[in-house]
Design a protein around this ligand. Structure first.
Ligand SMILES: [Zn+2]
Length: 292
């Protein structure tokens, strides 16, 4: 997670640099300018959020006659509020997104920028002008969203590779010593349409939780009967192997991440891997709208 070269000459790096040592109204203006250059505002959020259709998050109705505009989420805000006449629930453009109930919304792009730079939580908080608790909560929300999005997109031929990593007790009290060294299983999947998912648990468990029955699993299992060379060309797990191997390498170099956070960490790792050739601006934009 190093600062990449492209950020040096990429978009808005100047704007970010200008933030150093600037406070008060001038800082606020700069933040607005950054957000503007990224296309991050309420109308853009609304368009992304309802790209397919306006849908009630409570009852799921998408009948246009059932959902009516009902003022703004807050006085003076651009955030539209809606009333679902089918179930009587109110919702707004942020309901069901990572931005839901986010105070200091204008700091979100700043937060993403420093997160992408690989800064520590403390440093991110300082740079973005939020508390470390908030920075931590935002990171968790974002990664949870990324991980969920990934697992819901598997279909067709899916390569699946199981790997096992040492359990980390990071975050636990040091008096907490396990009776024996345990290991955790992770499954890395890559579907041929390009979607990737990482899940915590065995492949068997993953298969059971995937209700999508049109998945054709490709695993390391040796087939009972010899397969033709034509079949072998399809029945590989090269892509999933590569992703899992890359993760295992990085994991080995880390001091450990709490086991419950493994899928989140893996999702983040995957995001970075997929966007490694992107510009900083494109990465921030991807993340901005990934949580909607
Ligand atoms: Zn409803």
């Amino acid at each position: 997670m190093n600062m990449t070269n492209e950020t040096a000459n990429g978009f808005g790096e100047q704007l970010f640099r200008q933030l150093k040592g600037v406070s008060g109204e001038k800082r606020q203006k700069l933040i607005e300018e950054i957000n503007l250059s990224l296309g991050f505002d309420e109308p853009a959020i609304r368009e992304r959020r309802h790209a397919n259709r306006l849908r009630c998050p409570t009852c799921g109705t998408a009948t246009s006659a059932s959902i009516v505009c009902y003022g703004k989420a807050k006085p003076g805000s651009d955030r539209q509020r809606y009333l679902c006449k089918s179930c009587g629930a109110f919702f707004n453009d942020h309901t069901g997104t990572v931005l839901h109930r986010t105070k200091k919304l204008e700091r979100w792009p700043l937060f993403l920028k420093y997160l992408l730079d690989g800064q520590s939580i403390r440093q991110i908080a300082k740079e973005a002008g939020i508390s470390p608790t908030t920075a931590q909560a935002w990171r968790k929300k974002l990664l949870t969203h990324l991980a969920e999005k990934m697992s819901s997109t598997l279909s067709g031929i899916v390569e699946a590779v199981e790997i096992s990593v040492k359990t980390s007790y990071k975050g636990k009290h040091k008096l907490y010593t396990p009776a024996s060294k345990t290991r955790e299983t992770l499954v890395f999947c890559k579907s041929r349409n390009g979607n990737v998912c990482v899940s915590h648990g065995s492949l068997q468990e993953l298969k059971q939780s995937c209700k999508n029955s049109d998945i054709l699993w490709h695993t390391h299992l040796i087939p009972a009967t010899p397969i033709s060379s034509a079949e072998r060309r399809l029945l590989h797990t090269k892509q999933a192997d590569a992703i899992a191997g890359h993760f295992a390498n990085q994991y080995a170099r880390m001091r450990g991440t709490a086991t419950t956070n493994l899928p989140l960490y893996a999702a983040w790792h995957q995001f970075q891997h997929e966007t490694r050739h992107f510009t900083q601006r494109e990465k921030i934009r991807r993340l901005l709208f990934a949580g909607l």
